[in-house]
Design a protein around this ligand. Structure first.
Ligand code: ZN
Length: 326
């Protein structure tokens, strides 16, 4: 994904310049409960930071989510079309099946700057008597950079979605819930330029439109880069305001108002593929991390507490969503 820095610097913050913005971001990081600095100095620290007990985070187990991130990182780089991504696909599918989730695969070919690439979205469709569908999504491919393992991008959100799957696949839900593990979000080229990005979400949205199913999709909630120790999730300005409000107000009610903040930023990401087809969509992302798209995006950057906060908000916002899309 990419941030529109013009949007961040000028639209969201008026006359405030980018330098001032970055200082502001740095300050907010400093005031957050856990400082980034000691973690960078001590990579082993993440293993001693424990997730909160699941009973305090809506049943969502941050430690389990962290374990998934660890396993995905251990696979190594897994950009779309690589050997690594086949191992990531096998891991995701195996974990979903062990949680009792019905798994479907959407295979497709994408025309990319390096030629035709075989890709796969992994889908879970949890049935209910209610035809309204809520889609929760994360991409699972990593950026094509040598030695880039993508612990935060996209290990963190994939881990959160796998743990979320364990909860929602094991129970009856008031809405039909779909989980979408999306391939090919990252641009093959270093720079983000259309149409070289979001291959998986564009394929999914297009196929649902073709089959007529898309009109039943009432909300699409995307998670991406949800693992840093001092997270700041800003309201993403492309996102559908009422859906963002459901998520952010739930977070505030749970006491996460310093994580889900009321500032805004503009990020292009997989949710745009659904927004373009008039499906309400929202993105939970902290893109303003210093290691973004560098080989420093490693496991020591991931805090199980942040995974737990994100998962808690997903679980706790479901009843609020149900009221909105009844
Ligand atoms: Zn990325």
């Amino acid at each position: 994904m990419r941030a529109r820095f013009r949007g961040i610097g000028f639209r969201a913050h008026g006359a405030m310049g980018l330098t001032a913005m970055l200082m502001l971001a740095a300050c907010s990081h400093q005031t957050a409960p856990a400082s980034e600095a000691p973690k960078a100095a001590s990579p082993a620290l993440a293993s001693v930071i424990t997730a909160p007990p699941p009973e305090t985070t809506g049943g969502f187990d941050g430690a389990r989510a962290y374990k998934h991130v660890e396993r995905l990182v251990a696979i190594g780089p897994h950009p779309a079309g690589s050997d690594g991504i086949h191992r990531a696909q096998a891991y995701i599918t195996e974990q979903l099946k062990s949680s009792g989730c019905p798994v479907e695969e959407q295979d497709f070919h994408a025309s990319t700057p390096i030629g035709d690439v075989a890709m796969k979205n992994i889908l879970v469709k949890i049935p209910s008597e209610n035809p309204n569908i809520v889609v929760y999504a994360s991409h699972y491919d990593t950026k094509r950079i040598d030695n880039f393992v993508g612990a935060d991008d996209a290990g963190s959100s994939t881990g959160v979605l796998l743990e979320f799957a364990r909860i929602v696949c094991a129970r009856k839900n008031a809405q039909t819930i779909w989980l979408a593990f999306l391939d090919g979000e990252e641009a093959f080229n270093m720079q983000w330029a259309d149409p070289d990005n979001t291959y998986g979400s564009r394929e999914l949205a297009a196929s649902l439109a073709l089959s007529g199913t898309l009109r039943h999709v009432k909300a699409m909630i995307l998670v991406d880069m949800v693992g840093p120790a001092s997270p700041v999730f800003k309201r993403e300005s492309n996102s559908t305001p009422w859906l963002t409000e459901v998520l952010w107000s739930t977070a505030a009610r749970l006491g996460y108002g310093k994580v889900f903040v009321n500032e805004s930023s503009t990020v292009e990401d997989d949710h745009v593929s659904f927004l373009k087809r008039d499906v309400p969509a929202a993105d939970i992302i902290d893109l303003e991390v210093p290691y973004w798209h560098t080989t420093n995006d490693t496991l020591d950057k991931i805090d199980p507490r942040t995974l737990a906060i994100t998962g808690h908000v997903l679980v706790a916002s479901l009843p609020e969503l149900e009221k909105k899309i009844r």
